[in-house]
Design a protein around this ligand. Structure first.
Ligand SMILES: Nc1nc2c(ncn2[C@@H]2O[C@H](COP(=O)(O)OP(=O)(O)OP(=O)(O)O)[C@@H](O)[C@H]2O)c(=O)[nH]1
Ligand SMILES: [Mg+2]
Length: 134
């Protein structure tokens, strides 16, 4: 830092540096197959997350780090809710996993397929706790 700065300028530079070092956190949630992992790959700019065609694919919370112009960001991929697999019955476990593994993000992204232009009551019940917790 240059010596001839005023205190307010120093403080501003320190604050900018703090912001630069703190990654922006983005968490993606949505129903299974909505395109969360595909969106993660677009945000990171590489095929880091597995994408699937016919079966629920992402069983855990994973996070990936990207950088743009020296600013870093973290993208969290999450298991799809409402997968309806009888032997998994996973939503409760998935929600617990997300709440324990994701530090409250700066942004929750709700990923939906284009034809799903309305929240079903089941989705509303499952997803609203995330927004209320942030
Ligand atoms: N047409 C279309 N297909 C997409 C889009 N995004 C994803 N898909 C397809 O949707 C399917 C599911 O994508 P994923 O990214 O694996 O979905 P997901 O939400 O991560 O699924 P789970 O991990 O199983 O919950 C794949 O066949 C993708 O190619 C999109 O924007 N348009
Ligand atoms: Mg996935």
């Amino acid at each position: 830092m240059p010596d001839d700065l005023k205190p307010a300028e120093r403080q501003l530079l320190r604050e900018l540096e703090r912001i630069r070092r703190t990654p922006v956190r983005i968490a993606l949630v949505g129903r299974t197959g909505a395109g969360k992992s595909s969106t993660v790959n677009r945000l990171i700019g590489a095929e880091v997350a597995e994408v699937g065609n016919f079966e629920p694919v992402t069983p855990t919370v994973e996070h990936y780090t990207g950088t743009i112009d020296g600013f870093s960001y973290e993208v969290y991929d999450t298991p799809g809710l409402c997968d309806d697999l009888p032997n998994r019955g996973n939503d409760g476990r998935y929600i617990e996993l997300m709440q324990s593994r994701i530090t409250p993000p700066d942004l929750w992204l709700y990923v939906a397929r284009l034809p799903d232009n309305r929240f079903e009551p089941s989705s509303l019940l499952k997803f609203t706790p995330f927004w209320h917790a942030s």
